[in-house]
Ligand binder design. Sequence first.
Ligand SMILES: Nc1ncnc2c1ncn2[C@@H]1O[C@H](COP(=O)(O)OP(=O)(O)OP(=O)(O)O)[C@@H](O)[C@H]1O
Length: 492
Amino acid sequence: MTEMPWVEKYRPRRLAELINQTKALGQVKAWIEAWLQGSPPKKKALILAGPPGTGKTATVYAIAREYGFEIIELNASDERTFEKVERYVQAAYTLDILGKRRKLIFLDEADNMEPSGAREIAKLIDRARNPIIMSANHYWEVPREVRNKAQIVEYKRLTQRDIIKGLVRILHAEGLTVPKEVLYEIAKRANGDLRAAINDLQTVVSGGVEDAVDVLAYRDTEKSVFQALAQLFATDNAKKAKLVVLGVDMFPHELLQWIDENLPYVYYKPEDIARAYDALSRADIYLGRAQRTGNYGLWKYATDMMTAGVAVAGVKRKGFVRIYPPRIIKLLTESKAERGLRDSVLKKIMKEMHMAKLEALETLNVLKAIFEYNPEVAAHFVVYLDLDLKEVEFIVGDKEKAKTIWGKSMNIEKKLKERGELEEHVRVAAEMGGEEIEGEKGAEEEVEEEISEEELQKAEEEMEAVGESGGKVDKPKKKGKQATLFDFLGKK
Ligand SMILES: Nc1ncnc2c1ncn2[C@@H]1O[C@H](COP(=O)(O)OP(=O)(O)OP(=O)(O)O)[C@@H](O)[C@H]1O
């Protein structure tokens, strides 16, 4: 079961619970009280500016709770934001007779605003009859016309002592303890970001403290990749998705492995997972092409595909998502028996779905997520791929779940037999696979997909479209008659 993220569970409910931001809180309180006393402050908007994870958003929620505001939370990077703000800006902030609560407008990411949106927001601030609070990591990147109309409140980077205080508070509430050294390590690495520290603590605790050394060792070298992926998987905004990986010190193909590993835990609908993997395989194609031609300009498209393309692929799982290091590293520690099972499953995927090994590996990752969360669909795959119980156990990684899926697959097979349709099922499955494979060798060889100049041009337009609209990427059409998960899900 997915546990609630601790950063949400322990979001400070009252201002007094906020650690070490006394000066900032004093300014916010004075400003909000001016509204309540019937004389709105001269600057009708506030900008809470400071490093991530220092309590800006938490302040807004605590203020709302203590002073009885309803929060209208909007993201400043969303182009439609100003239309939405417009709706609330004119509403009176006083309590009305129907007992509705006064509204406080909260605009996150004010440093990520489009220029046209900024002009509108600036106009709206002038007309505002409700308090508008904005939040930004980089004050100077908030558009000037907005900055000029807002009062700044500075949030300071939290100290290691502050971080430890926050972590201990949570451990106390959870009735847990972790070794002091682990706590110090987390605090040291958090760089003043309590949100990152709390996420690290939850990761360490959920994996068992024995795991802590590994997780923290990774943090040392891959410091920002955990944070970047957590942000990537939290956003539906294509532009933000592209930005969050900018600071990651990694080659694109390494980043791709990390995304690949973690993606099945983020999406839960098979069609969304498949869509995200489609974006990832496009990225992979660009990387291959860059490698072959030496045109490393293609890395940009690859990175855009694996970030924006993946971020907009569908509905994400809510709750805390633990980020895992790439499977390739884990594979090295796989036992011989596991390797054997993996290879036999891969062979079946390659044979039935007419895929090359690399694609079959990706498909196996998708199957893992499907088997974990969707036993009905999983059972159809068992029949289709003719898996045995041991292989099902290997895919789902849990004996009980494997039995459930197995039971369902037996039922499907029984029904198909009864209706004399087993052969038909196999025929349909074969059709999905398309033409006959050209022997074992053909299936095992990695297929090199060439892309033409027109395709590159199209990719550029595609990525621009993703960046601008934040909308969904069109599912690229697969060449040939290879079976895809879409085919399977569509035909089932
Ligand atoms: N000063 C603080 N006191 C107590 N808890 C805090 C503090 N700062 C952050 N936290 C914890 O970290 C979580 C994230 O903090 P918050 O959302 O307020 O960060 P933020 O400053 O708005 O970051 P960002 O700029 O990335 O939006 C909170 O839910 C809370 O659990």
